[in-house]
Design a binder for this molecule. Structure first.
Ligand code: FE2
Length: 232
């Protein structure tokens, strides 16, 4: 089955998920705005043979779809609690918001970080130079990011990130669906999902094999665009 048109899903959609309106009495009331499940920018089978169409379809529709559904329910609940002044309730759902909202934010970056092999080009320009200066080249970066991502205990994400304070790039990981922002004021450039749902159907328990194939379909043009926006 084919995913529809290209979209550039960004965290901006998440940031705009709440609306505030004034009531007749002049009191402000908060309303939740539903977050849509973004379409993939390619067909489900576009990343084959590196990542199977079955994985992509299940991953997008069922896994990302569930994070979006749960996140929307929580945003509604949050708005309702805020309007009622139920602050203890608000606090009690923050972990669930981090998990499901993080799942939406992370996957939205991940889909656009990949492309068909026919569209693959190695990083160049400012990002290519930064990778060379920081890691000594693309292969060294991939080796480091693969090793760190393979080492994530349980489920999580591997990241190539930008640190605006130091004007530097670095590799790190996050657990579960924690978005990169939980580690500091960093910008995610490239994310790789190392939950088993991202690879088990095709690679079984061989996470390093999945990671090696992931790097065959990285959309470095998208990573470059994210780097350019972060450094502008
Ligand atoms: Fe996932």
């Amino acid at each position: 089955m084919k995913a529809i048109s290209a979209t550039k899903a960004t965290t901006a959609k998440v940031a705009g998920a709440r609306g505030i309106r004034a009531t007749c009495a002049g009191r402000r009331s908060v309303s939740a705005r539903a977050v849509p499940l973004p379409d993939l920018p390619y067909d489900y089978g576009a990343l084959e043979p590196y990542i199977s169409g079955d994985i992509m379809k299940l991953h997008h529709q069922m896994h990302h779809g569930t994070y979006v559904k749960n996140f929307n329910g929580l945003l509604e609940k949050q708005a309702d609690m805020e309007n009622k002044g139920d602050y203890a309730g608000l606090i009690s759902i923050q972990q669930a918001i981090k998990f499901n909202g993080g799942g939406h934010v992370n996957h939205s970056i991940f889909w656009n970080n990949m492309c068909a092999k026919s569209d693959y080009v190695e990083p160049s320009g400012a990002l290519g130079k930064k990778i060379e200066e920081t890691f000594g080249g693309l292969e060294a970066l991939q080796t480091k990011m693969s090793a760190m991502s393979a080492g994530v205990q349980g489920s999580g994400w591997g990241w190539l990130a930008y640190d605006p304070a130091k004007d530097s790039i670095f590799v790190t990981t996050t657990a579960n669906q924690d978005p990169l922002v939980t580690k500091g004021d960093f910008v995610p450039l490239l994310g790789v999902d190392v939950w088993e749902h991202a690879y088990y159907l095709q690679y079984k328990n061989k996470r390093p094999d999945y990671l090696a194939n992931f790097f065959e379909v990285v959309n470095w043009k998208d990573v470059e665009a994210r780097f350019a926006a972060a450094t502008a």
